[in-house]
Design a protein around this ligand. Structure first.
Ligand code: MG
Ligand code: MG
Length: 620
């Protein structure tokens, strides 16, 4: 099998697309005919461009509305195919990808279609060419891969083979097991795409929401296991129609595309890549801050019960801790995690802890991710890091490495780690542009054994914010121990996009800390004068209607701006500290069995943040 991608996946001109595809390291490319039609040059020049970049031209696509016609219309369809063979000869490809007909005059019948393809196969063979047939999910008569395979099987022509396209298969929820019975050499092309689970017509879903495997919610691993049983050994080619990719950077899309290809390969039996490991916890979060603002942060941390338990021997960095929670305050003007152009306090790194850091790093490299070695970061700490899409670092550590780092790096003014109600980081919430959202989703899912929740919309007073959580699988030992919330919005003035503008790009918008006694933590904050985000009284009227809460609890929630929710497994309390200069902020949560992130309260929080920003209430 080898890597390939269709030009339709990327933004830009044909030249830009080919360059991005070649630079990312793909082996093959499918030419989407529209890209050729608008190319200012001959077909042979386009073919030469592709070969000059070292790429194999997998196919010309798509050839539409061919099968099932009669009389003159049938004759015209064959004539049209001959013109495409001419074009293919000039381009230098031997495969024409033909999708099932949506022609208004097309007639039903697998035998009729098989006869059409047998004849087309004869004509293709005379010119040394081949035909690959795909069942479109919205095809008039053929919309199931089992039917397209039946057409190919009955055509019984060595120049006619099958296309398997994961989107078309999954979007109709066709059973998958029949794939394993198709002989691999009869499959001429495999097209890969993922998608979020949406309830809409197949065509609109396909044209706007396809994404790379690893960015959506389809059961691609199952498909890959069945495909490997067929013995297929051709191109594995992404075919993505996505509004974000159309407007995004072709380089970023192409790089992610190749990583997604490696992720697909990792799903196949016998692949040598180390297995994905779940993330046990966030070992630390590093905050980059201007030296003159650091005191405010220190006093917030102090108010929550953290202490400075060690200073870095040679850098302007401090370790603040309580129980299993570690926050590094870094006031160095320049360092590897510091993102150029960042204008405000930001999270410059976080560390994810796994069982075996070496294996996760090896997997990340095999997937094509840039891993910054400690030497490259000119650091003595021995930790390797992923470069996140926002420029921050994602350190990968394990328990022995982490304790060595604390013992050998933060050696000045060492203090015992305090105990108290705050336990550890509960989750990080990132605000991203849509392209970065998809990149980060792929990165953390491909490397680690995480899965996404279904995405949902948070209503902000200025628009909608799409939100989705990456977490450990429910059946893993680490279930509930790691959560990364991703947020993106197309509306310019939502709280998530306001954050992007303030900070200068995607990044961590809030750090949620888990406490086993929110009351105690809230009192500590109150006494230190750390303001909470003001929640309107109407919220508590609604709360008293929705839940059977004791009056004193309700009164207490209202006084301390605590949000509350329940799910089937328990109760949840959350409190937001008022943002400093509209950059990132802290959330405090208490979980009593509750599994989510308080999605039901997200619109209240978003509105309160908007109000705080618009009234200047956030100034501290
Ligand atoms: Mg397709
Ligand atoms: Mg949160």
């Amino acid at each position: 099998m080898y890597s390939s991608i269709a030009t339709v996946c990327l933004s830009g001109s044909l030249e830009e697309k080919i360059d991005a595809i070649a630079r990312a390291g793909f082996e093959g490319v499918e030419v989407f005919e529209n890209d050729l039609t608008v190319f200012h040059g001959s077909a042979s020049e386009a073919g030469q461009l592709i070969r000059d970049r070292g790429l194999t031209l997998v196919t010309l696509q798509p050839f539409r509305d061919f099968e099932g016609l009669e009389g003159r219309a049938r004759q015209l369809a064959f004539d049209r195919a001959e013109r495409k063979f001419d074009l293919m000869a000039e381009l230098g490809t031997d495969l024409l990808m033909c999708c099932s007909s949506v022609h208004p005059d097309a007639l039903p019948g697998l035998n009729r279609a098989a006869e059409d393809f047998a004849e087309l196969g004869d004509r293709a063979a005379k010119r040394g060419m081949r035909i690959a047939f795909e069942a479109l999910a919205w095809g008039k008569f053929v919309h199931d891969y089992r039917d397209s395979w039946e057409v190919v099987r009955r055509a019984n022509h060595e120049s006619v083979g099958l296309v398997l396209d994961t989107f078309h298969i999954f979007s109709r929820q066709t059973e998958l097991n029949s794939i394993a019975n198709i002989p691999g050499e009869r499959i001429f092309l495999v097209q890969t795409a993922d998608a979020p689970k949406l309830s809409m017509d197949h065509l609109s879903w396909s044209r706007h929401f396809r994404c790379f495997p690893g960015q959506g919610e389809l059961q691609i691993a199952e498909f890959m296991a069945l495909l490997s049983a067929t013995g297929y050994d051709g191109p594995l080619s992404h075919e993505i129609f996505n509004d974000v990719f159309r407007m995004g950077h072709s380089e970023q899309t192409a790089r992610d595309g190749l990583r997604s290809y490696h992720f697909l390969r990792s799903m196949m039996p016998g692949n040598p890549m180390p297995n994905a490991q779940p993330i046990d916890r966030l070992a630390f979060v590093e905050i980059s801050i201007d030296v003159e603002r650091a005191d405010l942060l220190r006093s917030d941390l102090k108010a929550m019960g953290l202490n400075c338990v060690g200073r870095h021997a040679s850098l302007a960095a401090e370790r603040w801790a309580i129980n299993d929670l570690n926050i590094v305050i870094n006031t160095e003007p320049e360092f590897a995690g510091k993102v150029p152009g960042r204008r405000a306090t930001s999270v410059s790194a976080f560390a994810v802890q796994v069982d075996n850091a070496y294996q996760s790093i090896k997997r990340a490299k095999a997937l094509g991710y840039e891993v910054l070695s400690p030497e490259q970061a000119s650091a003595s700490h021995g930790m390797s890091a992923l470069r996140n899409v926002d420029g921050s670092l994602g350190y990968i550590v394990d328990a022995p490495l982490m304790s060595r780092v604390w013992d050998t790096e933060f050696t000045e003014d060492v203090q015992p780690v305090p105990t108290g109600s705050l336990i550890e980081v509960d989750h990080l919430s990132l605000s991203l542009n849509y392209h970065d959202y998809l990149s980060l989703m792929l990165q953390y899912r491909a490397i680690f054994a995480l899965e996404p929740t279904a995405s949902f919309d948070v209503t902000d007073p200025r628009g909608l914010i799409q939100s989705q959580v990456l977490q450990n699988r429910a059946d893993s030992d680490s279930a509930g121990r790691f959560r990364l919330a991703l947020n993106a919005s197309t509306s310019p003035d939502t709280s998530s996009n306001r954050f992007l503008k303030t900070v200068g790009g995607s990044g961590v918008q809030h750090i949620a800390l888990r406490t086993n006694n929110l009351k105690q933590t809230a009192i500590g904050l109150d006494q230190a004068g750390t303001p909470s985000l003001t929640i309107p009284d109407n919220y508590y009227r609604d709360l008293s209607a929705r839940f059977d809460l004791p009056a004193d609890s309700l009164e207490w929630f209202q006084r301390h701006d605590v949000l509350y929710d329940e799910d089937a497994s328990g109760a949840f309390q959350q409190l937001y500290i008022r943002p400093d200069q509209q950059s990132f902020f802290f959330e405090l949560v208490q979980r009593d069995g509750y599994q989510g992130l308080g999605a039901a309260n997200a619109f209240v929080r978003a509105a309160a943040q908007q109000r705080a920003a618009e009234t200047g209430e956030q100034t501290r």
